[in-house]
Design a protein around this ligand. Structure first.
Ligand code: FE
Ligand code: MN
Length: 362
């Protein structure tokens, strides 16, 4: 998906200056389209495109369009209300995941709108961020829809990030990683501040969307595979499809900033990021143990933990860090879910319609 060539063709010889002094350089018509460092408020010239990958992710997001109301919840409602359709442990797992995701989605939306958009000044990247923000709104809406359909108590679900320690730990971890960017005085002025920004991007994209969502995805999609809570399961499938594009964009964004500012990628910084990811893995394992303490549907907490380790290695590699776990993938079907869902079922006809609409001649 990523157009590495386009990204690398635009590496500056004095990339560091290019990233930090883009606003001044742009007066000469040069270097105004780096990822970082242009004016935060000037009108943006999106053409010609510098980063083709950002444009591609935008188009992919549009062709993946969906909304939660299109998925029927009838079978879920019947199963949820039936006395013995689900075990207590299955209910706990569903509630834990609805609890985590219901607030995690808006936390992600806040991060994009309040911090990433401000500092990533490249127009085609910003165009994608707007699309991503919309998708996070769709995801937030999905959990409203699930709560309403199942008649769950919103005070219980939307407070789980405060009342369930393993959920609170994950949210606090992401908030802490990314807190200094919320400082209105934060500016990208030197390598230290670029490192801080990349550290936060790793928090948003690699940790939150790339690790903290994945034990939940594996658990909820196991339910779907066992033909239970199929409506919620299908919603999670569409969210997973969107999240895999968000993550891919985040990886290209981080790698492009690295390429344009090679000075930031010191051994100390790499060690720091690797340790952050390792800590996140521990929180995610604790979350899995807490969600399915006795195991359900052939899922055991230790196997979900192995999956989290496998995923974390892929995330580390994606941004040029060394894998730490060498764990085999216990759920090869998960990657099939991600790939297959692109061509899946009744949404396909709508996607095709959009694409035909887009190619109509005038
Ligand atoms: Fe999301
Ligand atoms: Mn997302």
């Amino acid at each position: 998906m990523s157009d590495k060539k386009t990204a690398s063709e635009n590496i500056n010889t004095d990339a560091f200056v290019g990233a930090t002094m883009g606003a001044q350089k742009s007066q000469t018509g040069k270097k105004e389209k780096n990822v970082l460092g242009s004016s935060q408020t000037d009108p943006n010239k999106i053409l010609p495109i510098t980063y083709k990958w950002a444009r591609e992710y935008y188009k992919q997001g549009v062709s993946n369009n969906w909304s939660p109301e299109e998925v029927s919840m009838q079978r879920d409602i019947e199963l949820w209300k039936s006395k013995d359709g689900l075990t207590e442990d299955e209910r706990r797992m569903v509630l834990w995941n609805l609890g985590f995701f219901s607030t995690a989605e808006s936390l992600t939306a806040n991060n994009i709108v309040l911090t990433i958009y401000k500092h990533v000044t490249n127009p085609e990247c910003r165009q994608y961020l707007l699309r991503q923000a919309f998708e996070e709104a769709i995801h937030t809406d999905t959990f409203i829809y699930c709560c309403d359909s199942l008649s769950l108590n919103p005070d219980e679900i939307y407070n789980m990030y405060l009342t369930i320690p393993s959920i609170e730990d994950k949210d606090r971890f992401v908030v802490n990683i990314t807190q200094s960017l919320m400082d209105p005085n934060f500016r990208i002025t030197d390598e230290k501040s670029i490192q801080k920004f990349v550290n936060d991007l790793v928090g948003y994209y690699i940790v939150m969307e790339g690790i903290f969502f994945y034990a939940g995805f594996a658990m909820m999609l196991s339910m779907l595979r066992n033909n239970k809570m199929v409506g919620v399961g299908e919603q999670f499938q569409y969210i997973l499809r969107d999240e895999s594009v968000h993550l891919a964009f985040g990886v290209d964004l981080i790698n492009t900033i690295k390429e344009e500012n090679p000075g930031i990628w010191t051994p100390e910084f790499q060690k720091e990021l690797t340790e952050t990811i390792q800590k996140a893995v521990e929180f995610e394992k604790k979350y899995a143990e807490d969600s399915i303490p006795r195991g359900i549907l052939g899922l055991r907490p230790d196997v979900v933990s192995q999956y989290v380790e496998h995923i974390a290695d892929r995330r580390l590699e994606s941004i040029g860090l060394k894998p730490q776990y060498n764990a085999k993938n216990p759920f090869p079907w998960m990657s099939e879910v991600i790939d297959l869902s692109k061509e899946k079922n009744f949404f396909e006809s709508r996607v095709t319609e959009y694409q035909q609409g887009g190619s109509l001649g005038w």
